[in-house]
Design a protein around this ligand. Structure first.
Ligand SMILES: C[S@@+](CC[C@H](N)C(=O)[O-])C[C@H]1O[C@@H](n2cnc3c(N)ncnc32)[C@H](O)[C@@H]1O
Length: 186
């Protein structure tokens, strides 16, 4: 079940708004819609980008298979510390930029992943960094794997769409602010 956000989570998001791009963690309604197209029975490796306080991470952990790995990339040290307190052997928390997926997968001897779930604030990130992250996501997904990304605008949608075979948009109204979900298939 999704835990209620603490005051310190809001404070950390607001304090670092230039890298978080938000003032509040994702709502349970957004998280539910984000994860709706994941086949939890078959997935054996999921990457999460920008887990923040772990609201999506915890929901993923409550639903993934006992043999599924969850690898999270987070830049903010306070969030990393919080995430490392989650006691689950399937979870690996990496304190590095989302663009370093391949390096970490090589260390873990993982060829490709089934899903990438991202709450990175693409709209406020440098274009070159966004391009390198989106390419890295596509290159490290297995054929048929999915990239799930929420955003508060459609700013990057056309660019993201171009990198994938198939893309759909969904919308989560019950979130602050309401959010688009990009659901892209390799
Ligand atoms: C909008 S918050 C999302 C937090 C949480 N997943 C949620 O949905 O409420 C975005 C997170 O992405 C992290 N972030 C920003 N740029 C990043 C990057 N290049 N690599 C990894 N994490 C990044 C921020 O530190 C922040 O925790």
């Amino acid at each position: 079940m999704t835990a209620r956000p603490k005051f310190s989570d809001h404070f950390n998001l607001i304090k670092n708004i230039r890298s978080t791009g938000t003032i509040a963690p994702s709502s349970p309604a957004l998280i539910k819609k984000m994860l709706a197209t994941i086949d939890f029975d078959s997935a054996r490796c999921i990457v999460e980008l920008g887990p923040g306080n772990g609201c999506i991470t915890r929901e993923l952990l409550s639903r993934i298979h006992p043999d599924c790995k969850l690898i999270c990339f987070e830049l903010n040290n306070e969030f990393v510390e919080q995430l490392r307190n989650i006691n689950d052997k399937r979870l690996k928390v990496v304190n590095a930029c989302a663009s370093s997926i391949r390096t970490v997968l090589d260390e873990l001897q993982i060829e490709s992943v089934d899903y990438v779930v991202s709450s990175l604030p693409l709209a406020i990130m440098d274009n070159a960094v966004v391009t390198s992250i989106v390419e890295s996501v596509r290159d490290n997904l297995r054929e048929g794997g999915r990239f799930l990304q929420y955003q508060y605008s459609l700013n990057n949608y056309d660019d993201v769409k171009l990198a994938f075979r198939e893309s759909r948009l969904r919308f989560a109204l019950r979130n602050m602010p309401p959010a688009f979900i990009y659901d892209c298939v390799k």
